[in-house]
Design a protein around this ligand. Structure first.
Ligand SMILES: Nc1ncnc2c1ncn2[C@@H]1O[C@H](COP(=O)(O)OP(=O)(O)O)[C@@H](O)[C@H]1O
Ligand SMILES: [Mg+2]
Length: 317
């Protein structure tokens, strides 16, 4: 037993977001990995019984592995702070600005990392001004192809590539189905990579860059969570200086967004070898097909040992 923790660890997984299933898989994997180190772990869902369960048998630490809103927008972590419970991962205010893609992009761009030019549209503005003229203006300013996605989403849900003007209205509707605000940005063609950051020492450091090559071309929900639907290369098949630039971009994002313990930045490397920041994740996926565990393995690290190290860090902080 890992008795120095002073009690059980609670992994939070599930929740009511569209990424509930992904979260349950992430939670199961991390819970098993911690048990492998003798940690007593309970996995709890986020529902009306959660706070009573936490109060009745106070855990030493919480590991939130909730994807989507509540888990990633900082709300639930704010409640954990109010309860005085330590947890692994970023603080609520950092989560809020990271989960909002345009807010995060602006901060990361200001720190010198390229981020695609974009227009952010609320459903109300879209309706008030009329879809036709708004979309025509955006298309003439940003050009084609475009990427359309909800500002606060995940797992590519509601995200689509728009290659012709005729596809734009349907893409907007698909994104509005996942939230009231949508970002339309320049599509960056190139090599998609995920860069995991581990912040368990003096400075946050990037783990080996994972290249994502989906069979169908787009890293959508199916490509993410169907075994074999995407090929991964670790490290990415890119020149050393480009890998270093990707690592630097992810560490910059982690630092400028004020993130803690672990994060993952999603980037596209264009034909010139320049990394473009798409978004950062405060609760990186930990499923069998997720990139964070692959990056850890490539660095010679084990998920359970790393998570336990972060639990100890959270207790000390
Ligand atoms: N500007 C862009 N250019 C090209 N592809 C993009 C762009 N933005 C997103 N994508 C693609 O869509 C996927 C989902 O976008 P992302 O911003 O990572 O949101 P999330 O993972 O939260 O759904 C990415 O993994 C990438 O394949
Ligand atoms: Mg992403």
């Amino acid at each position: 037993m890992t008795s120095d923790l002073g009690g059980r660890v609670v992994v939070l997984a599930g929740g009511l977001s569209p990424e509930r299933d992904v979260s349950i898989r992430s939670g199961r994997r991390v819970a098993e990995a911690l048990r492998g180190h003798g940690v007593s772990v309970d996995t709890l869902d986020v529902d009306g019984s959660l706070l009573a369960a936490l109060a009745e048998d106070r855990p030493s630490c919480v590991v939130p592995l909730l994807h989507g809103a509540a888990g990633e927008d900082g709300a639930l972590r704010g409640v954990l702070d109010a309860l005085g419970l330590p947890y692994v991962g970023s603080r609520p205010s950092a989560c809020r600005s990271t989960f909002d893609k345009p807010v995060a992009s602006a901060a990361v761009r200001a720190a010198g990392v390229a981020a695609p030019e974009s227009v952010v549209l609320a459903a109300t503005t879209f309706r008030e001004l009329g879809a036709g003229p708004v979309l025509a203006a955006i298309e003439s300013s940003l050009g084609l192809p475009l990427m359309v996605k909800p500002t606060r989403g995940g797992s590519s849900l509601g995200a689509s590539v728009v290659r012709s003007a005729a596809e734009l209205p349907a893409a907007m509707m698909a994104a509005f189905a996942y939230g009231d605000i949508v970002v339309i940005e320049r599509y960056v063609a190139g090599t998609e990579v995920a860069v995991s950051v581990l912040d368990d020492g003096d400075e946050p450091r990037a783990l080996p860059v994972v290249e994502i090559a989906p069979d169908g071309g787009f890293y959508d929900y199916g490509a993410r969570y169907t075994a074999g639907a995407t090929e991964f290369f670790v490290p990415a098949r890119l020149p050393a200086d480009v890998l270093a630039a990707c690592a630097q971009a992810a560490v910059t994002a982690h630092s400028v967004l004020g993130l803690r313990h672990w994060s993952r930045s999603d980037l596209i490397v264009d034909a010139e070898g320049r990394p473009w920041f798409l978004e950062a994740n405060v609760a990186p996926g930990m499923t069998e097909t997720s990139t964070y565990p692959q990056a850890l393995a490539a660095a010679g690290l084990e998920l359970g040992a790393v998570t336990l190290g972060l639990v100890r860090r959270a207790l000390a902080e």
